[in-house]
Structures are given as C-alpha cells and as structure tokens.
Write a protein that binds this ligand. Structure first.
Ligand code: SME
Length: 152
C-alpha cells in the first residue's frame, strides 16, 4: 500500500453513504476507508463537537485515542477553535500537543461543518512519519468532508 487515491476513495464513500443521514455511520465509514488507503495514516478518527467548546471522540481506527479534548488543548482543539486546518510536521514542536501514541510524529486535523455552517467536529489523521502531510491532502480531505457532511 502506498499513497491514497482520493478520487477513488471519495467515489467509494459517496456510494457507501448514499442516502445515509446518520453522521456516526458516515464517520465510521470514512475512518475505515482512509485508514486502509494510505501507509502514512497510522491513526484516523473523528472528534465531535458535543458541548460548549468541547470535543469528544468519535469513530476511529488505530490505537486508543483520548476521549475528551477541550477547544483550548492540542492540535484538534486548535483546529476546532480557529476553524482552520492544522498541518503539524513535528508534533513535538507543537505547544500543547496531546500525545495519544508516542510513535506519532506528524498530524493533520481538518475541521468540518454541516450544510448550515455549524461546526460538527474535526477529522484527525496521525502519522508515525515526520512531515507526512501536505496541503494537497488537506484540500482533498476538506472536499470529502464537505461532500459527505454538507451536501456538496
Ligand atoms: N494529538 C491530538 C490528540 C488526539 S490523538 O492523537 C488521537 C491533539 O493534539 O489534538
């Protein structure tokens, strides 16, 4: 396995999730498809907005993730708070990074909304390789999340 083919994965997810309105089902399908599609991806999962400035873990693949992340903490918290993609080439140099696995070297976190522009959560992908992610990954994943959670 090497690099993900985003077009192929997007098409498969669109077919798998057609007519599905349960967000947990959709998150579980995305986590599974992404985790198995790219050898850079060592942890793939969701943190959902469940309360005031609070993220709770959602469907994921990989080792245990921490259960709760306030918006004030970690890479996931920063993505949710700032509503901006976070590409972290070296997690050890990110102030406040939450280490769920000591093997993690780099991280990509993407916030995503529903069709009305309400923040639903973040997609978190961790890699055991340094600087594993680039802007092309972020763009493709943003488009995927937009398609599946905001209807296009
Ligand atoms: N590293 C993340 C926490 C989540 S886990 O890595 C699964 C962060 O700093 O937000």
């Amino acid at each position: 396995m090497s690099r993900i083919d985003y077009r192929e994965v997007s098409q498969r997810l669109a077919a798998l999730c057609a007519g599905e309105d349960d967000r947990i089902d959709i998150m579980a399908s995305i986590a599974c498809e992404l985790y198995h599609a790219d050898s850079r991806f060592d942890w793939v999962g969701f943190y959902r907005v469940t309360g005031d400035s609070l993220l709770k873990i959602g469907p994921y693949q990989g080792g245990h993730g921490c259960l709760t992340i306030p918006f004030s903490r970690g890479v996931c918290g920063a993505a949710a708070r700032l509503r901006e993609v976070q590409i972290v080439d070296d997690v050890n140099s990110f102030d406040g990074h939450i280490a769920c696995a000591s093997s993690t070297r780099s991280e990509l976190v993407i916030p995503f909304d529903d069709a009305r522009g309400v923040l639903l959560g973040v997609l978190d992908i961790d890699s055991d390789r340094p600087a594993a992610f680039d802007a092309a990954d972020a763009r493709a994943l943003q488009a995927l999340l937009q398609m599946l959670f905001a209807g296009g």
